[in-house]
Design a binder for this molecule. Structure first.
Ligand code: ADP
Length: 257
């Protein structure tokens, strides 16, 4: 859509022409629409855990909980509070990326080392679920913003664990081909349908809410991945077969090398 403004041009009290200004506001309107939806979603997502926390606290306060059950209720409150913290942190990350408010100091980052650090952070959880972690490739260095690259990689690997199967594997492969550096994060998990592939990068989108709810998450991880990649000038693509696994390919920009 566009806005049109026509202003007559006067010369000695006579209209001798007109200046027409056509402004394409499609992008601006889309941005505003997205922001409105985002605010509505955030408010909704904040409300759910807050309602639980308030409800559990009220029951305890009213003396309806047997002393031996207090621990259980405190546990629920703690879990919901943790969920709130994750959500608020994710929202902060997204708005910082949106506003370009990151410290953009670029530095030479060894991708292999960065991936190794991230896999180390996930090691405990992988063990608990019997998931094998693999890392392949050379020690390629790219000139990039470390915190954002780590955030992108972490979210991809975290999902590769969450949506995996018992005894599955998560493999990170770094490669350099024709001057382009790629990081592939591959899992042997539940996979993503053709239809969902188009939507998973949207804010708050989660495949099959009831199933995802058991797994836990905010629906913002891949949105951070998409925004973060854009910020780095990188490109992220997904390939997947339902029931077999998913493969996220992050291609770093050529000039960053
Ligand atoms: P969440 O917090 O739900 O993990 P994300 O934005 O990271 O949010 O992912 C959005 C949805 O995409 C997830 O809820 C899940 O349904 C799907 N998804 C993401 N990564 C994978 C993966 N590696 N395998 C299967 N499904 C995935």
């Amino acid at each position: 859509s566009c806005q049109v403004a026509a202003n007559p041009v006067w010369q000695e009290d006579k209209v001798t022409g007109a200046v027409i200004v056509i402004l394409d506001v499609t992008e601006r309107m889309r941005g505003e629409q997205m922001r409105r939806e985002f605010t509505a979603n955030v408010s909704h997502e904040l409300k759910t855990p807050l309602t639980s926390i308030s409800g559990f606290a009220e029951i305890i306060n009213d003396g309806f909980v047997k002393p031996e059950d207090t621990k259980k209720f405190a546990g629920r409150i703690f879990k919901e509070a943790q969920r709130l913290i994750t959500l608020v942190n994710d929202v902060i990350k997204i708005s910082q990326l949106d506003e370009g408010k990151f410290f953009c100091e670029k530095e030479a980052v060894d991708l292999y080392e960065a991936a190794r650090e991230i896999l180390k952070r996930l090691e405990e959880r992988a063990k608990e679920n019997n998931i094998h972690l693999y890392l392949y490739g050379p020690h390629v260095k790219v000139n990039t913003v470390r915190v954002i690259l780590e955030e992108v990689l972490y979210n991809l690997c975290d999902n590769g664990l969450k949506y995996n199967k018992q005894n599955g594997s998560l493999t990170v492969t770094i490669s350099e081909e024709a001057g382009r550096t790629q990081i592939v994060v591959e899992d042997t998990g539940i996979g993503i349908s053709e239809e969902d592939k188009m939507r998973i990068f949207e804010r708050f989108y989660r495949v099959d809410k009831s199933h995802s709810k058991a797994i836990g998450g905010t629906g913002l991880g891949l949105s951070i991945v998409k925004h973060g990649s854009m910020f780095l000038g990188a490109d992220v693509k997904v390939e997947s077969t339902l029931g077999e696994g998913s493969r996220f390919v992050l291609t770093m920009p050529e000039e960053e090398k």
